[in-house]
Design a binder for this molecule. Structure first.
Ligand code: SF4
Length: 457
């Protein structure tokens, strides 16, 4: 399908071909699902909402709920205030959520709908029942990416819900970043094992990976509660995992409730997980329990066992910025050589950080934010690699160039099961090493002549 991608590269400024990102509301919708009893609401036309829901449903293999303001031509001309009022009436009457999290779309942003004023009036008019909550985030899709939308919704959770009573609680806040429900579950497990009471928000575990019960539940048992969100203003500290997805919310908590924050990478790989564990050790003053040290030791052992296949292998990586930064560091520590590294999300700090990580091992590496998969494909044609790590869309490039391929990040639309296995923490690192080694060894098997087709690797 991509066999006609040309090798010659022409500088492009405005045009994106085969983007390595999707639109802001998808991230905002995903974050909102991490609040217990919340119905995400898309303030725009039905088409946007249908696309956002289906994209998330295809990734999570779960029905993703969201309502829409259902704009038509009238709303485009006169504004969507009446549509939102009608939508809120229907939502509380029919679906009865505790929270409605409104995110905007390109159209409502272009019109300039003032959501707080519309909601304020709706409350005055009794459209929002007593005790029910409406929050909102501005998510114009012509800037940023789904990661920006996620970060915006997290920030607005703090804006609307965090409260400070003046009394500090024995707990910290953890912003897990735009990661899978299984990753959030793994971060919570590590916090529990390390003995650190924490509010993790948002939390999509037991929402988008809930067990099959045979019954449809509009609001599954998972998600951070409103009460817990309110208490974030009384926490001792916030750990923001991933600059792009989490720092904005942490900053707002610091400004609003004087909760200091520390910015860490997503705990993907050995060193990044070490830093996360060290941050927890600093809080408790206690050494990590043996169970955690053993997990680390197993990951290290696995990397050493696979060293002859990993060492000096060239890798191309595409994905969301926080994921790609942490993975690049992990690949370097495994002895591999990241050669082309892109994200679709804009941000110069991404380029600076990744170039810093590659300074010693590959200063010539091509690194770019706000890039696209077409550009990555062109780079690969000019300088081939041994492995491509990307979301599902990468498989077309892998096929065209015959490169071993590992699916990583969002979205993964063509394989089931990925949402149940974390990539964070030492155990998540082991899964990544296994996936990378399997892809490389499968290629060796595929290409081996009869006499070199080995039983034992
Ligand atoms: S119009 Fe904007 S918000 Fe709607 S699907 Fe397209 S990019 Fe996303």
């Amino acid at each position: 399908m991509l066999h006609h991608t040309p090798k010659e590269i022409h500088e492009r400024k405005a045009l994106r071909v085969n983007p390595a990102k999707t639109c802001q509301p998808i991230g905002a919708l995903y974050a909102a699902l991490g609040i217990h009893g919340c119905l995400p609401h898309s303030h725009g036309s039905q088409g946007c909402c249908a696309y956002h829901r289906s994209h998330l449903t295809r990734h999570y293999k779960e029905p993703v709920m969201a309502s829409t303001s259902s704009f038509t031509e009238g709303a485009a001309v006169f504004g969507g205030g009446a549509n939102l009022r009608q939508a809120l009436k229907t939502i509380f009457h029919v679906y009865d959520p505790d929270v409605v999290a409104v995110h905007t779309t390109c159209l409502s942003e272009t019109i300039g709908d003032d959501i707080p004023t519309i909601v304020k009036q709706a409350k005055k008019d009794g459209i929002v029942p007593e005790g029910k909550i409406v929050i909102h985030a501005n998510t114009p899709s012509y800037v940023g990416s789904h990661v920006t939308g996620y970060a915006n919704m997290c920030r607005m959770m703090v804006h609307y819900l965090a409260e400070s009573t003046g009394e500090r609680k024995n707990q910290i806040n953890v912003l897990p970043g735009y990661v899978e429900p299984s990753d959030m579950r793994e971060i919570k497990r590590l916090l529990a094992v390390m003995g650190v009471p924490a509010v993790l928000f948002p939390d999509t575990s037991d929402v988008l990976d809930r067990p099959q019960s045979g019954r449809f539940e509009m609001y599954p048992k998972g998600g951070v509660t409103v009460e817990a969100l309110r208490s974030t203003g009384d926490s001792q500290k916030t750990l923001a995992l991933g600059r792009f997805a989490s720092e904005e919310a942490a900053k707002m908590l610091q400004t609003k409730a004087e909760v200091p924050y520390a910015l860490l990478d997503l705990p993907i790989g050995l060193a990044a997980t070490d830093r996360f564990v060290e941050a927890l050790v600093e809080l408790t003053g206690e050494e990590p329990p043996a169970a955690v040290s053993d997990e680390r030791g197993r990951l290290l052992d696995m990397i050493l066992d696979g060293q002859q296949y990993l060492y000096q292998k060239k890798v191309a990586v595409a994905g969301d910025p926080d994921h790609v930064i942490a993975l690049t560091e992990f690949l370097v520590h495994m002895g591999m050589v990241p050669t082309h590294v892109i994200t679709g999300t804009p941000g110069k700090s991404f380029e600076l950080r990744v170039k810093g990580l590659l300074k010693e091992v590959n200063p010539q590496a091509k690194v770019k934010a706000a890039s696209d998969l077409f550009e990555l494909h062109q780079w690969l044609k000019n300088e081939p690699v041994d492995l491509l790590v990307a979301n599902t869309y990468g498989k077309y490039i892998a096929r065209a160039e015959d490169i071993p391929f590992v699916r990583f990040g969002f979205p993964i639309l063509d394989r089931p099961g990925h949402i149940y296995f974390p990539v964070v923490g030492y155990t998540g690192g082991m899964r990544l090493v296994e996936k990378i080694l399997t892809a490389l060894l499968d290629r060796i098997d595929r290409d081996a002549p009869e006499e070199k087709f080995e039983l034992v690797m």
